[in-house]
Design a protein around this ligand. Structure first.
Ligand code: GLN
Length: 486
């Protein structure tokens, strides 16, 4: 069921917003003990808002586009009066005094915030296992990770605990979990969507974006959250096209570039490769022209990202000092001891690793050799993309080299964990929009994600191609069986 179908049912009175919320809450009660996709369930307030929307509807008011639709929000987006933890002990009791721009926009569009979703601590990770509040499990197979860092937002959509959600993507954290959980996830162009109220990880890379079970719902959420925001000076003042109108336009004659080097990577599973290549063939039958493109600097993405992202993180996370807000270790005698101990106890080990790497890369003796060099390579990666977009409309690659890996499999091997973002990171470094959507399943029945990358502000083209592919491939018709046995 799409938002458009839901809207119809709500309008005709076949179902009420209250019933939608009740249905999702009882599903959460039934399944989330096992999956752990939510850190906070906002049941009471959600029901009240739903009742209010139902009343407005019965008095004949014209309601906004998402009126009555229950959505979930990643727990690194500030929600006024509702605990926002970033899945960290250091923000374990943080209740924001203000609302993020994106959640405010979703509220104004009538959607109902049903809860805050689990994630890797401070969005650092690819498996939702670094959360201080326990891992999220993958609804397709609970012995597998849901991907990360927005694993809770992806898994809650896959398990139908909500109709859509928001995540954040710094190096792949929307697309990779979307791929592992068999849902659609999109990272917009840097500057398309406000970061005001998004708890900062790496500010030059972070973007907020939607998850849903189909492309048109992703388009609807993107429509609502996009646009210039006076509170975020990196947002761009540029009209937001009507994405739903673009969705159904023909893609005949469009040129799509297959990124050669993504398919040659030795860590790429054969099931993923086969499935993504056959997705490209299906697109060919819809009238697009497939062209091979080489982006040689793509392969330097991981090394570049793991200098830039930790550098920015080390600066952003300096604010958690036990003084202003968050966790404080109480027994220390001096300010320095208190701050050190609060950080030592409040942050988990992956977050500490990033702070150390970043502090090192920015230190006086190394800043030229590491940070500055990484920024130069970042420009070269962007140049590869610029060259590619001279020849094609959009680019195509797998989202992740593998399907969902086993719980615990990579947690003690940061290098293996980092490599799962090999194919998503370049779009972040270049600030480009990209979408992941299901294109098939591996031999064990786990979903595979197809990634489409566009030029700046070409979200419409991505949604258009993704929608046409989705309608032709019909992968979305398979759903996870949620009769979990541990
Ligand atoms: N997995 C990557 C990391 O750990 C990306 C995270 C993200 O996009 N937030 O940094």
């Amino acid at each position: 069921m799409t938002f458009a179908d839901l809207r119809q049912k709500l309008k005709s009175g076949e179902v009420s917003a209250k019933e939608l919320v009740q249905e999702k809450i009882s599903r959460i009660n039934e399944l989330d003990q096992t999956l752990n996709t939510f850190l906070t369930v906002n049941g009471h307030q959600a029901l009240k808002i739903a009742e209010d929307i139902d009343n407005q509807r019965s008095s004949g008011n014209d309601l906004p586009s998402l009126a009555g639709i229950p959505l979930a929000i990643k727990d690194n987006l500030c929600t006024k009066g509702i605990k926002t933890t970033c899945a960290s002990k250091i923000l374990g009791n943080f209740v924001p005094p203000y609302e993020s721009t994106v959640t405010k926009k979703l509220l104004n569009a009538g959607s109902i915030m049903i809860g805050k979703t689990n994630m890797d601590e401070f969005a650092m990770g690819s498996s939702t296992e670094t959360s201080a509040f326990g891992p999220t499990l993958n609804p397709w197979n609970i012995r597998k990770v849901p991907g990360g860092s927005s694993g809770g937002s992806a898994a809650s959509v896959a398990a139908e605990l909500c109709y859509g959600s928001l995540g954040s993507d710094t190096g792949g954290s929307i697309r990779q979990p979307a791929s592992f959980c068999g849902v659609v996830g999109m990272k917009p162009t840097y500057g398309r969507v406000s970061r005001w109220g998004l708890i900062a990880f790496a500010s030059s890379l972070d973007q907020v974006g939607p998850f849903a079970n189909n492309v048109s719902d992703v388009a609807e959420i993107l429509q609502v959250i996009s646009g210039k925001d006076e509170f975020d000076s990196t947002t761009v003042d540029r009209p937001v096209p009507n994405y739903l109108d673009i969705l159904t336009k023909s893609i005949k004659g469009m040129k799509i570039g297959l990124i050669d080097n993504c398919f040659e990577h030795k860590g790429l599973s054969s099931d993923v490769k086969e499935s993504v290549l056959s997705a490209a063939s299906l697109l060919e039958t819809l009238g697009v022209e497939i062209i091979n493109i080489s982006c040689p600097r793509f392969n330097d993405g991981i090394a570049t990202y793991y200098v830039i992202a930790p550098s920015e993180a080390s600066a952003n996370l300096a604010r958690y000092d036990g003084v202003k807000y968050g966790f404080r270790s109480e027994d220390e005698q001096t300010l320095i001891e208190m701050t050190s101990k609060s950080r030592a106890l409040g942050f988990g080990s992956e977050v500490k690793r990033r702070i150390l790497i970043g502090t090192y890369a920015l230190s006086a003796g190394y800043v030229d050799a590491y940070y500055k060099k990484a920024q130069q390579v970042r420009t070269l990666i962007r140049k590869d993309f610029d060259d590619a977009f001279e020849k094609v409309d959009i680019l195509l690659a797998p989202t992740s080299p593998t399907t969902a890996f086993g719980s615990g499999e990579n947690i003690d091997n940061p290098m293996a964990m980092y490599l799962s973002d090999l194919l998503t990171i370049p779009a972040n470094l270049a600030g480009l929009p990209a979408i992941s959507l299901p294109c098939g399943f591996d031999k064990s029945g786990l979903p595979i994600g197809l990634q489409l990358i566009g030029n700046v502000f070409e979200e419409g083209k991505l949604l258009q191609v993704a929608n046409q592919f989705e309608r032709a491939a019909e992968v979305y018709k398979s759903r996870p069986k949620t009769d979990f046995t541990l």
